[in-house]
Structure formats: structure tokens, C-alpha cells
Design a protein around this ligand. Sequence first.
Ligand SMILES: C[S@@+](CC[C@H](N)C(=O)[O-])C[C@H]1O[C@@H](n2cnc3c(N)ncnc32)[C@H](O)[C@@H]1O
Length: 281
Amino acid sequence: MPQQLFADVPIESVADYWNRRPCNIRHSPRDVGTRAYFDEVEQRKYFVEPHIPRFADFPRWRGLRVLEIGCGIGTDTINFARHGAFVTAVDLSEKSLEVAQQRAAVYGVSDRIRFFRANVEELQRSLPVEPYDLVYSFGVLHHTPHPERALEQLRAYLHADSTVKLMLYHRYAWKVFQLLATASQGKFWRRAELVAKHSEAQTGCPVTYTYSRQEACRLLERQGLTVSESWVDHIFPYQVEAYKEYRYVKEWYFRHWPAALFRRLEQRFGWHLCLTARPIL
Ligand SMILES: C[S@@+](CC[C@H](N)C(=O)[O-])C[C@H]1O[C@@H](n2cnc3c(N)ncnc32)[C@H](O)[C@@H]1O
């Protein structure tokens, strides 16, 4: 069962990992906490992952209540708030929350966002149970040791018309094939460990599950959710070393691909499995 692979990892190891280097913290070389820094972080994130605004559909949540799980340093959080949503943002990592809070202040949206430090697997202990119009979590639940417990907790924050939007890592992804071809040394059966080691900018992520579309839909169904839309997107086409220096140089094997063909590859073997679901009544 893929859901058991990282089940024994202590939650403290997960928190330590994200505190050491919050997600996307190096997306700009400027001073962390300045407006210029946050502007660049957002610009880089949505340049490399342009499907995020499409998936989140920020304007749709104006005047509505959004619960974001695993807000990291707050790129999407701020955008929900800027578009007029009332946001509750949760993360396990104090360091990430600190930066996200600073960011909300810099953009003058602190009054629209409540921040909570919590482990989503025990959310009801820390966050009052209230209904939300959207429960959103981008790239988070595959990093918690028991994703099914997290979903079980989240169920309580939904009303009959709530929407759930989750991005989970896709098993049948170019990134996984590439890792198997270049870093597995033929030990294909150690795929899960290999993926976890290399899934993030900082190596050695303690928990990274991946899902086929079918497994993800079943996981959600077991928690009383029905998936209304699912699609995959995102292949990172750039040379990593240049990217770290804020240059966007495509890998030689992607350089001459027609854009339409590359899009088709992303839509088939992208790393991000984006799911929209509703509670089963
Ligand atoms: C890959 S980052 C994604 C951050 C953000 N959603 C984004 O797209 O920039 C994963 C985030 O999930 C958080 N996280 C991991 N496990 C968690 C848990 N059990 N409860 C709450 N947050 C968790 C981490 O602290 C980290 O900030």
C-alpha cells in the first residue's frame, strides 16, 4: 500500500525539514521579508508553475472562506486574500509561517488571513471546526506521514457545497522516469525512497508519496469526497544549476520541442496531479 511507506516517520522530522528550508524561500536572492523579495518569489513561482493560478482560480473565492493547508511562505495565501477571500492558513513549519505572516503585512492583507501552526493530521485539536467554502492544499498532503488521517480531519471543515482542491505528486511523471533512469542505479524497486530524496529543492525530504490518478481518487473517496476534475501538469524543463542562479536555460533535450508537443507531454506525464473534489452527500 503506497499509503504505508512513510507511516513511521515522526512528524517532528517533517517539521524540521521544512523549518530548515521553507519551500521556495530561495526563489529570490533579495532580502527575505522585503516587498521586492516577495514580488520576485511570486513571479518566479507562477512563471515556472503557471498552472497554479488556473487551478486555484483566485477570483472565484472573493468574499468566501478559504482554508489553506500547508501554506508554506504564503504565495497562494496572499493571492486568495488579495482577491478578497477570508483565509485561514495552516502550516506545520514555524519558520514558513513567520515568513508568510511577514508577507501578509507587507501586502496589507493581514486582516484577511488567520495563521495557525498545526499538524493537519490533528487539525481539529488546534483549529476550531467551522465550515469553509474552499479547502485548498497545494503540494502538501503527500508530505505528511498519514495523508488519509489528514483528509479525515479536513472532512469536518466542509459544508455540502464546499470545494476541495488538492495537488498531489503524480507517480507516472517525467520527473520519476528521469530519476529512475539517472539516479536509481538499476534499483527500480527503491523508487519511493529515491523520489523522496530528490522531490524537493532541498534533498532528503522525509516523506513524499506519489499517486496514480486512480489511487488519488480512491484515497479521496474513502474519506467521503468525490473527484469532479483531475488533470496533470508541470514538467520542469530547465537546467537546475542555471535555475539556481536565476537563469532559465532549457535542457538540451527540451530546447527544440514544439510548445504544443511539450504541453501534451506535461498533460500526460506532469508531476502535479491536480484534483477538485466535493463532499459526497
Ligand atoms: C512543498 S511545501 C508547499 C507549500 C505551499 N503550499 C506552496 O505551494 O508553496 C509543503 C508544505 O507543507 C507543510 N506540511 C507538511 N506536512 C504538514 C502537516 N502534517 N501539517 C501541516 N503542514 C504540513 C510543510 O511545512 C511545507 O510548508
